[in-house]
Write a protein that binds this ligand. Sequence first.
Ligand code: NAP
Ligand code: 3JM
Length: 347
Amino acid sequence: MSTNYHVAVVGATGAVGQQMLKTLEERDFPIASLKLLSSKRSAGKTITFKGKEYTVEEATPEAFEGVQVALFSAGGSVSKALAPEAVKRGAICVDNTSAFRMDPNVPLVVPEVNEAALHSHNGIIANPNCSTIQMVVALEPLRQQYGLKKVIVSTYQAVSGAGLNAINEMKDQTKAILDGAEVKAEILPCGSDKKHYQIAFNAIPQIDLFQDNGYTFEEMKMINETKKIMNMGDLEVAATCVRLPVETGHSESVYIETEKGGASVAEVKELLAASPGITLQDDPENQIYPMAAECVGKNDVFVGRVRHDLNRDNGYHMWIVSDNLLKGAAWNSVQIAESLVKLNLLK
Ligand code: NAP
Ligand code: 3JM
């Protein structure tokens, strides 16, 4: 007989939380009881899960009594305050925020790449940044087959990565512009920064706050998390992260240099097509390539536009697209929970 688990979703009313619930439902995750947690603002609201109504509760330390697995996506400060409280009460936390990702005691996991790292968890498991996840799913098979030296990525990121308020901001601005009304910018590029810019009909080369080295925090997340997940401290990684007026689906232009050169584009495509979690969409003659609007609602990472670099035998270019709220967040978290069950790590 299979076991069912006491589950909590923290941030259940948010963009990621809603996709967590949809994914738990679709995957038929073995749930004995479900707690939906949020801030005080949404406490008392009802959400339907598998045809049953649940009342959202305020996330407090006591709310985690009896919880075995808690999926967090309510921002870094909530995770910092409450994940240790949940662990104290016996829960395993899968955390979607950047709060613990670089903590050496916390595994940072993408199951297709480093599922075994789950064995060393101490109660908290970190889910990487959305842009990192979809990239490493595609990089891992290439690393295994050819070795990997260098990665240069530019992202084209959707507004849903910045939450429900950012989606609404893009829609309101788009309507205002089309109606000839005044445009208000209060959230993007980054709620906590000083200035805000129009995202509608625009492209903003800032995601999260600037760091002292001139990179943004989002760019440094991609750089540091990729090295940690792939366990390659000496991998050369550079990133430029850009926000676009796309609702859902992050796209990435990725250039890599492998250790071993010489593999043909056909071989690289064959390898990617056969790798877990990847759908290859690459047929230029028939204009087949991945696009954000087509990846929405799908769990896979879509790869296409694979080309050999024109100057380097070990250089390859590709285009990687995925639903940032699914593989980038909710699906990767639920997949981690499924791995915990499979590895007998959920007690
Ligand atoms: P969102 O749409 O703005 O939703 C935020 C959620 O957090 C809501 O459920 C909100 O509840 C809850 N919340 C806010 N403050 C809280 C508090 N003090 N205590 C308890 N709950 C609180 O944002 P989102 O896009 O879902 O993202 C949520 C978080 O997930 C982000 O801040 C980020 O850290 C993480 N995230 C990770 C990835 C990734 O790449 N893995 C991608 C996107 C987001 P109310 O309804 O009560 O306001
Ligand atoms: C994606 O703590 C916060 O304000 C959340 C900021 C945030 C993050 C983060 O740093 O956790 C917004 C959107 C992420 C992320 O996944 O890194």
